[in-house]
Design a protein around this ligand. Sequence first.
Ligand SMILES: [Zn+2]
Length: 254
Amino acid sequence: MKVCFLGTGTSQGIPIIGSEHPVCLSNDPRDKRLRVSVWIEWDEYSYVIDCGPDFRQQMLVSQCPKVDGILFTHEHADHTAGLDDIRPFFFRQGDIPVYGCERVIKNLSRRFDYIFSSENKYPGAPSVAIKIVENNKPFPVGDKIAVPIKVFHGSLEVFGYRIDEFAYLTDIKTIADEEAEKLKGVKVLVVSALRIEPHATHFNLEEALAFIERIQPERAYLTHISHNMGFHAEVEKTLPENVFLAYDNLKITI
Ligand SMILES: [Zn+2]
């Protein structure tokens, strides 16, 4: 299985528009972060997790040829605002399967009513096939099974996903023990870590590292990173040897 980090930044991306923060002015390409998303492929299958406002650019840069489904973690704009840009995939493939809990699907159908409604469709509008995700109900993706993992982003329920020995959890602040159990035996864990300072709805670096220590994956990658985390090159030096800061266009094999 191959995983490509399409974006590793927090909601505004890095650089932030108009910011003169040193990290926003950095020339290191690893300090330029689009909104958070990954592309997962194996054999002939190709899935993405989330579809933020940078989706079009991410699909062009990664040269992703098709999307068999989009697994949504939650409805926040940095994870969903690019949905209109599924159009080229829809024209070639037909309805694009979108996976999310009922609340997320309802929210998306309100915000993208022209995509979800079946009446009076404008000819250029894309269509989706709705796949409702429920906790404790693993579902098929291609010839594999995706296991939803419920975490909390403040008080908001968010789904992370495990496929085989890979798991992706973003926008996490807390997780129940029985959900953490579902991560047993993962080789590669991706988890969000916003910044050094604590935050009300996100793991900071310390909380993410403690969580990784608890799950014990072979390797872990941090994502959903704010400019306040600091320069990629400097933060990476401080991490345990099996933990890495992800960066845009990083590709890993599991
Ligand atoms: Zn987010």
